[in-house]
Ligand binder design. Structure first.
Ligand code: COA
Length: 200
């Protein structure tokens, strides 16, 4: 399904950044960022062994949904766009194909706190909703990862689920998890959540 990212013209440019599809040649730069303290801690797959990392991130299906973020030609982070089918009733399942996108994000510690994550994810919202016809964008994080859930709230995403100790961190602790989402109508109306009972 990430093949659809291949139909987009790259790079996408924002005011300060460029976003493009990742290649095997980017693995060292991605590893250098993801292996830093404060980053690896929150990621689904740890970045502490270079070979294990390469096997995971250079796998064709993972690479196909990875985008790198560049500032003046230097890779300062990476993001994930993972398209999936939305739930639907059987007879109209064709209309739900690739209707959802899960996003993920990492910005190198040296470049955090300057609005880069927000700038790049806002561009990915435009990419997903305007260019790929996605209906709903989702993302999740540990509740203890405040930088990540604050980012989602600044982006206008809604907290849809707060789980009690529903995720196992590699420290061995069961930690609270959060899930956020925004749909195309909310995005087009600047984060105003339309009344689900409205017949308009
Ligand atoms: C989550 C993460 C991507 C945020 O990246 P970031 O580029 O620092 O995010 P932003 O700069 O857009 O926002 C961060 C803070 O900087 C502030 N900020 C935004 N623009 C700014 C600017 N121009 N100057 C100074 N500060 C600014 C924001 O208000 C925000 O502050 P707040 O959290 O107190 O509200 C980053 O912390 C990260 O990579 N974390 C580790 C990996 C991770 O957890 N990934 C997600 C796993 S679920």
């Amino acid at each position: 399904m990430s093949a659809r990212l291949g139909q987009i013209e790259w790079p996408r440019r924002t005011e300060r950044l460029a976003v493009r599809r990742a290649s095997v040649d980017d693995i060292d730069a991605i590893f250098a960022i993801r292996s830093q303290p404060g980053v690896s801690e929150w990621l689904t797959t740890a970045a502490d062994d270079r070979d294990v990392f390469q096997a995971h991130y250079a796998a064709p299906d993972r690479l196909a949904k990875t985008l790198v973020v560049e500032l003046e030609g230097e890779i300062i982070g990476d993001t994930m766009v993972s398209l999936s089918n939305a739930w639907s009733q059987t007879e109209i399942a064709a209309q739900a194909v690739d209707a959802e996108a899960e996003l993920g994000w990492v910005i190198a510690p040296a470049h955090q706190g300057r609005g880069y994550a927000r700038e790049v994810i806002e561009e990915l919202f435009r990419l997903c909703f305007d260019d790929l016809g996605v209906r709903r964008i989702t993302a999740g994080c540990f509740a203890a990862n405040e930088a990540s859930w604050r980012l989602m709230e600044r982006l206008g995403m809604w907290r849809e689920y707060a789980g009690r100790r529903d995720g196992l961190h590699r420290s061995g602790r069961w930690m609270d998890g959060l899930a956020y989402a925004i749909d195309v109508d909310e995005w087009r109306t600047d984060g105003v959540r339309p009344d689900p009972t409205s017949t308009d």
